[in-house]
Ligand binder design. Structure first.
Ligand code: MAN
Length: 562
């Protein structure tokens, strides 16, 4: 085989022709037959002013400027655009400057597929079976070459392979349909999530409104409370605190007094002892009037003490009084501190006698005046001072804040899902079904990996770590021009989807790595080839059912389409 048959075969297929026998001159393709049906004279196709005798057709002499008189010989091969330029007799420039009116020599290839081959291959002594299985290109038997007709065998094999390809393509397209279904379902789920998040958000907004109102009501009612039970704000609170302090002061004074009493008691006992000793031991014969008077006074004092009954507080009672206040002794102040009602509540009891609607109205009006009075310093603002917030208000504030934070996170999730719905997931949104999946392949010292909608990675097999070759950015389309391969693992020719992965790891002394992922139809996802066209610019060729063309379009409601 001197050149690939793809061009000729495709050309033939494009015209949808099969070889057909006829009485046309050798090498005339079916679409040019009409130019060769006249019996009298032949007009050159591109130059109808030039007329020739029928015998001049295929006489191995190039008479038409466009070569149309030699469809079955190589006589006009020099004007074949595929032939090297040659001097042309009679041409002013002496070079080929015309275009052959015919695409080439037509091999009918009965039993196979008809095709054109370049004129220069005609009668060159080589059987070009890949293009001309019927051997008609070597009718002159140059050098004794005999090209048998092999179209039966070649045609059979061709049809077998074609059938194989057709079946494989059918399977690929089926697989694609499954992927489209999966993608639709995934999208539907995201849409459902969006709807759920929206209604959740609505609920949260309502809740926030209620909690906000509740918080403000509690806050207002706290501001309205002129006398607070807790803390320093109210009269009762102040009274409780004053009483507590006073009792504590009195207890301390009593404690000290008791000490002083005991001290004085001891000293009195000491003095009584001294005087008793004086009385017992003084000498009455000395006739000392001062001593005698002192002894007399002491005797009178002692006699008075003996007859006097003492009505004092028992010591046990005093000890009891000195014990710290608490739940089991003295006053339990905590009980007073825990009281939740204010002593001015009674003032508001009139509310109970009014209808509820009027109640709210009157309360609201009073509150406005009260807050105005507080704001203007006429009434004490019960909110001022540390720790003045009630547990009820704290709980209301915390509930409100928790709901606000729920709203934030729900909004974020909703935005994520909405962004996802706007993303380009390719034709029929098919790449949504591949999200999270990866394909990889060993090439040299690396394992290369492609993760759909995510990133491409170069993994060192020598343990040098992984290199990001790009992150998915978008889907493009480009024309591929690759030879078909026997194993079918080729991009082929035509428009192909190209996934762009950019902004990968920086290249030493160069830009960030990027990868173009070219896709072709295949039965399963497979990374066929990886190449580095220039430093840190990679190209992956990947087979996937996602890239197959389905002539039977899926139904409506797919918004992911490109
Ligand atoms: C590594 C690999 C190569 C790349 C060079 C650039 O060796 O990522 O693909 O060409 O770095 O320095």
């Amino acid at each position: 085989m001197r050149r690939t048959g793809a061009l000729a075969l495709l050309s033939a297929l494009a015209h949808g022709t099969l070889a057909a026998a006829g009485s046309l001159p050798r090498g005339v393709g079916p679409e040019f037959a009409k130019f060769y049906t006249t019996k009298s004279t032949f007009k050159c196709i591109g130059n109808p002013s030039v007329t020739l005798e029928p015998s001049q057709i295929n006489d191995n002499s190039c008479d038409c400027p466009d070569g149309s008189d030699e469809p079955g010989t190589a006589a006009c091969a020099h004007i074949d655009p595929l032939s090297p330029e040659q001097p042309l007799q009679g041409s002013l420039t002496c070079t080929t400057n015309a275009t052959n009116a015919l695409p080439g020599f037509w091999c009918a290839n009965a039993g196979h597929v008809g095709s054109y081959i370049p004129f220069m291959y005609v009668n060159d002594g080589v059987c070009d079976y890949d293009l001309c299985c019927d051997g008609s290109d070597e009718s002159a038997h140059v050098g004794g070459v005999q090209c048998e007709n092999r179209c039966d065998t070649i045609g059979k094999e061709y049809r077998r392979l074609e059938e194989e390809r057709r079946q494989s393509n059918e399977r690929s397209v089926k697989r694609r349909r499954t992927l489209v279904k999966e993608a639709r379902e995934l999208r539907r789920r995201v849409e459902a999530k969006v709807a759920a998040l929206k209604s959740e958000l609505e609920g949260l907004e309502h809740k926030k409104g209620d909690l906000q109102k509740k918080y403000e009501d509690i806050e207002r009612s706290e501001r309205n409370r002129v006398v607070k039970v807790e803390g320093q704000g109210g009269k009762l609170g102040i009274l409780v605190n004053l009483a507590k302090t006073r009792v504590s002061e009195l207890r301390n004074a009593l404690d000290k007094l008791l000490d002083q009493r005991d001290d004085l008691q001891a000293r009195v006992e000491q003095l009584e002892e001294i005087l008793t000793k004086l009385k017992d031991e003084y000498n009455p014969n000395f006739n000392d009037e001062g001593v005698k008077a002192a002894v007399k006074s002491w005797e009178d004092y002692a006699a008075g003490q003996a007859s006097e009954t003492k009505a004092g507080v028992p010591d046990e009672d005093i000890v009891e009084m000195l014990k710290e206040d608490g739940e089991t002794s003295g006053i339990n102040w905590a009980e007073f501190e825990r009281l939740d009602a204010s002593d001015v509540d009674v003032v508001y009891n009139w509310e109970a006698y009014l209808p509820p609607s009027l109640n709210d109205f009157v309360r609201e009006k009073i509150n406005v005046v009260r807050i105005w009075a507080m704001d203007n310093g006429i009434l004490a603002d019960s909110r001022s001072g540390a720790n003045s917030e009630s547990r009820q208000l704290t709980a209301a504030r915390e509930a409100l804040e928790a709901t606000k934070s729920d709203i934030l996170s729900t909004t974020r999730s909703l935005e994520d899902q909405q962004r996802d719905l706007e993303k380009d997931y390719g034709p029929d949104g098919i790449f949504r079904a591949l999200k999270g999946k990866c394909v990889s392949s060993d090439v040299g010292e690396y394992e290369y990996e492609l993760c759909w909608n995510d990133r491409t990675t170069q993994k060192s097999k020598k343990g040098h770590g992984n290199t990001n070759m790009g992150n998915f950015v978008r889907i493009d389309k480009e024309m591929a021009d690759e030879e078909e391969r026997a194993d079918g693992k080729s991009l082929g020719k035509g428009e192909r989807l190209v996934l762009r992965y950019e902004n990968g790891q920086g290249c030493w002394n160069g830009p960030n790595r990027r990868t173009d992922v070219w896709l072709a139809c295949a039965e399963s996802d497979e990374l066929w080839r990886v190449s580095e066209s220039e430093k840190c610019v990679y190209r992956m060729e990947v087979g996937t059912p996602a890239a197959c063309e389905d002539t039977q379009k899926p139904g409506p409601s797919v918004k992911d389409e490109l």
